[in-house]
Design a protein around this ligand. Structure first.
Ligand SMILES: Nc1ncnc2c1ncn2[C@@H]1O[C@H](COP(=O)(O)OP(=O)(O)OP(=O)(O)O)[C@@H](O)[C@H]1O
Ligand SMILES: [Mg+2]
Length: 425
């Protein structure tokens, strides 16, 4: 047998490691150090995509790992963009010498999720919905509307959205904004109606529910974040950009707001400035809990590979992916799709109840699945492509201040040490 065969048959015994090029993560619990870099592994053909999902129960060290990983990757010139729903990346940002972009209702900063990136000339074409940026905008609007409506948009609604986008684009030389789309939905032009052989009143009726739902983003308590042109002067060229959404963490619309923020980042990525970037969505369950926006996120992950981006989504458990649907259901398909686009899975401690879902969806052996409920804080099962590692993430003394989320939680009970924290070596 070759060592590759042995490694597959006895993953924790014969694994030869991923090499030494990349960021040090911590100890490989079966010996040696564990080093990881998605760009390097992609270049070597070990990974076919650079994306990562980080899973685990509350307080297991997911965010701590992500923060120190970004910090260490900076040494290799990698840049990072972070969607930060809890406002916990500010220590990292200040160590990096930058300030988070803090979004809050009525605050000084607006981001336009319909920004188009570099292809702005494209976005003024009359057949806008056929251009790449137009398709992205239509998908985003459809997903946002579906998320607000709590159901997929109908063909009539989708057509109304496409026509509203085209007329908003034709009315302005700037990228369209949500208020412009809403007004085009509520008051469609005769020209738009004629395109689908209907009249204005019917088209207005078709788009009305979508318009009323999207209005939530531009009126009332969510006003002033995503409802106008992007505030000029936002620096995207720094090596770390943190979008802090903590002012909305308790909002029922958090997933929708995170989707808008992610869409804006994705459009900015299309500038393709040649830098390799890691884009993190912490607390990604808020986006993924909704099928429509989860589908949108999956599609945009596929695109971002072309721009040298490695995505990282942080979740609590696989049921965040809506994976508890019937076998063969769309939910399961979506969870599988997202996971197959994330060839690196970093799995922290899970409750025993999650073991079966994890085994099936992550392709774990029964031994691996059983281990998940025994992992202590900071220890994760890493699945990199088809290879498996047990890794204890190590924090350096100067990194602790960057990752501490316990300060306000002094009473939080420590995660009891499992067998793996006590003496496997
Ligand atoms: N490898 C580690 N070594 C020592 N302490 C750690 C390690 N990882 C995390 N911690 C500590 O555990 C605490 C919780 O970690 P963290 O905030 O990363 O958890 P989390 O999994 O992101 O939780 P949540 O699901 O609530 O976001 C932090 O204060 C951090 O300092
Ligand atoms: Mg966290």
């Amino acid at each position: 047998m070759t060592t590759a065969h042995l490694g597959a048959a006895y993953p924790f015994i014969c694994e030869g490691g991923l090499g030494a090029d990349g960021a040090l993560i911590g100890e490989d619990l079966l010996g040696g150090w564990f080093v990881y870099d998605p760009f390097e592994l992609y270049a070597r053909g070990i990974l076919t995509n650079p994306n990562m999902v980080v899973l685990g129960q509350i307080g297991r060290g997911k965010s701590a790992f992500v923060k120190s990983y970004l910090w260490r990757q900076a040494a290799f010139g990698r840049r990072a963009w972070v969607i930060d729903p809890k406002g916990e990346y500010s220590s990292l940002a200040s160590a990096w010498g930058t300030e988070p972009i803090r979004l809050r209702p009525g605050g000084p900063i607006r981001l336009n999720p319909l920004d188009t990136g570099p292809a702005e000339a494209d976005c003024r074409r009359p057949d806008v919905t056929q251009t790449e940026s137009g398709r992205r905008q239509t998908e985003l609007l459809g997903s946002l509307a579906g998320a607000c409506l709590g159901r997929p948009v109908t063909p009539r609604e989708r057509a109304a959205v496409e026509l509203a986008l085209a007329s908003a684009v034709s009315r302005s030389s700037q990228p369209p904004t949500l208020p412009a789309i809403i007004s085009a939905l509520l008051d469609p032009s005769a020209q738009a109606a004629a395109i689908i052989r209907t009249d204005r009143a019917t088209l207005a009726e078709d788009g009305r529910d979508v318009a009323l739902e999207l209005r939530r983003l531009v009126e009332g308590d969510l006003r002033g974040m995503f409802d106008g042109p992007t505030t000029p002067g936002i620096d995207l060229d720094g090596s770390l950009v943190v979008l802090d959404l903590s002012a909305l963490y308790r909002s029922a619309a958090l997933g929708i707001l995170m989707t808008c923020a992610t869409a804006w980042l994705q459009a900015a990525l299309a500038r393709g400035d040649g830098h390799r970037r890691i884009v993190v969505i912490d607390e990604a369950w808020a986006i993924l809990a909704n099928l429509g926006v989860a589908r949108w996120l999956q599609a945009s992950w596929k695109l971002s590979r072309a721009y040298g981006v490695a995505n990282v989504a942080v979740l609590h458990r696989l049921s965040d992916l809506g994976s508890v649907g019937a076998a063969g259901s769309e939910q399961v398909g979506l969870a599988q799709g997202l996971l197959s686009d994330s060839e690196t899975r970093v799995i922290y401690g899970q409750s025993p109840g999650e073991a079966e879902a994890s085994r099936q969806l992550l392709g774990l052996t029964t031994t691996e699945a059983d281990l998940l409920s025994q992992l202590s804080r900071g220890v994760a099962l890493w699945k990199v492509g088809r290879r498996s590692f047990l890794v204890r993430h190590r924090l350096g003394p100067s990194e602790r201040a960057l990752v501490d989320t316990d300060a306000a939680m002094a009473a939080r009970p420590a995660v009891p040490p499992g067998p793996l924290s006590t003496g496997l070596r």
